[in-house]
Design a protein around this ligand. Sequence first.
Ligand code: 4NP
Length: 174
Amino acid sequence: MTDSSAKPVSVLFVCLGNICRSPLAEGVFRHLTRSNPSIGTVDSCATGAYHTDEEPDERTMAKLEENGIVDYEHAARQIEKADFTRFDYIFGMDRYNIRDLQRMRRSIAGKRGVNEEELAKVMLFGDFGGTEGEEVIDPYYGAVDGFEVGFEQMVRFTQGFLKKVLPTGEQAGS
Ligand code: 4NP
């Protein structure tokens, strides 16, 4: 699947709260695709509204900073219908995100009388990591190394995505 068209690819990362996993994904993805003309809008959001307008969890920011990503800023927001036409790809972090996103996509397509394929592709980000179905475990209440594991996953998934989707020679540095 190589997209060699001129239109930049836009990507939205989604998790439950938009304070841990999806901002981590967004921060890593932005860092690895900086100045890449094939990448357009990059954003992240939540399926839930629990943390709307909050900054990312301090453990997310610490993990990004520890890895040299010091310029990332974000305020949590909930996903909205327009996201399904604004973005080419909507990436969920776990199966519950995917279930919620697919449900929303189906409902929007049904109400508009359009084919679901005309809306953003909903995929598990972990499908680009080498093993289909790899989820990012919610680190909010989880093990102390959750953010470390998550960071490694985001780098690997980003590199896998870029390799699959971008024209040859435009992959991220590691
Ligand atoms: P995230 O983690 O979905 O990776 O942002 C969570 C953060 C907060 C909550 C759940 C998950 N919460 O229930 O407050």
